[in-house]
Write a protein that binds this ligand. Structure first.
Ligand code: ATP
Ligand code: MG
Length: 284
């Protein structure tokens, strides 16, 4: 609908993690580089960031970059007790006919890792939403996985991905045996205003735009309201394009964004959303 008005070939701000739209600013690029390093060194790595900051998309980019040499397993919902967790790991890493008991599962996973090693391949396990892991017991299984080693190195790279509270949780003494194994740790920070501009421009270009469709004030307000979080930016930018079209505008301006923000539900909780609203109110 609004694609025609703005001369786009598709919708630029879908909320799905489409790798074609991957935007790599310095922060994302550094995160990716460090995670790649962790995988090559077969380390345990930790990636945290606010809701919607791009963690899952980044892990997909990582899997693409490490290539075929790695058997990559992705656990998207780790809210599992230890045995079921191990079962999912086994399936994800290509164990055929996983057994029932934890010990047997660990043996099967170990065999699988050795088999991969013999083929000059390696395993990468990504545990997304790791802040949802229910208790210490499941983390303990993860620790046991990182124990699978040969004289010259580990047999598996493990990446734990989660919201910032995961960090706080892992700081607890209970987890020190696991945290001592963390070789690389990265926290994704929100986009700056300049990055927000580049992010919006990048997505518009991929969607076929030949010019920037947001003016400076619009960008400033979008950035403040979304607190630099990409998923929120996507949501607001879509609304703003629709609003701009309804106004028959040539570009989305600050007033169009302010109108969108007035009754937006998704950004109500963000702190800078309030600041953004205040700024907007003061300007009126
Ligand atoms: N670097 C990026 N390049 C392009 N789009 C991005 C980027 N980061 C995030 N996005 C957009 O924001 C959306 C949310 O990203 P993603 O699902 O990776 O966030 P998340 O941190 O995993 O969120 P959650 O905590 O809810 O799991 C993506 O679907 C994508 O549309
Ligand atoms: Mg995610």
């Amino acid at each position: 609908m609004y694609e025609g008005y703005w001369e786009l070939s598709e919708k630029p701000f879908r909320k799905t993690p489409d790798p074609r739209y991957l935007f790599l600013n310095e922060t994302y690029e550094e995160a990716l580089e460090r995670l790649l390093f962790a995988v090559e060194e077969m380390e345990l790595a930790l990636l945290t960031g606010e809701v919607g900051s791009g963690k899952t998309l980044l892990t997909r980019a990582l899997v693409d970059r490490v290539g075929e040499r790695y058997e990559a397993g992705m656990i998207l919902n780790p809210r599992l007790p230890p045995r079921q967790f191990l079962q999912t790991v086994a399936v994800e890493l290509g164990v055929e006919e996983p057994r029932f008991h934890s010990n047997e599962l660990l043996d099967q996973i170990h065999e699988r890792l050795l088999a991969l090693h013999e083929q000059d391949r390696a395993a990468l396990l990504i545990v997304d939403e790791a802040h949802l892991i229910p208790g210490k017991a499941t983390f303990e299984e993860i620790r046991l996985l990182t124990n699978f080693q040969l004289d010259d190195g580990n047999l598996i790279a493990v990446l734990l991905v989660g919201q910032p509270e995961l960090r706080g949780r892992l700081r607890h003494r209970t987890y020190r045996a696991l945290t001592q194994r963390v070789g690389v740790s990265f926290d994704l920070v929100p986009l700056s205003v300049e990055d927000t501009r580049a992010y919006l421009a990048h997505r518009l270009t991929v969607a076929g735009a030949e010019r920037m469709l947001f003016d400076d004030e619009a960008i400033g307000r979008l950035h403040a309201a979304a607190a630099g979080v990409p998923r929120l930016l996507n949501h607001l930018a879509t609304q703003a394009l629709i609003e701009g079209m309804a106004r028959g505008a040539e570009a989305v301006d600050g007033a169009a964004v302010a109108a969108v923000l007035q009754d937006d539900f998704a950004t109500e909780g963000t702190t800078s959303r309030k600041e953004g609203a205040l700024l907007g109110a003061r300007k009126k």
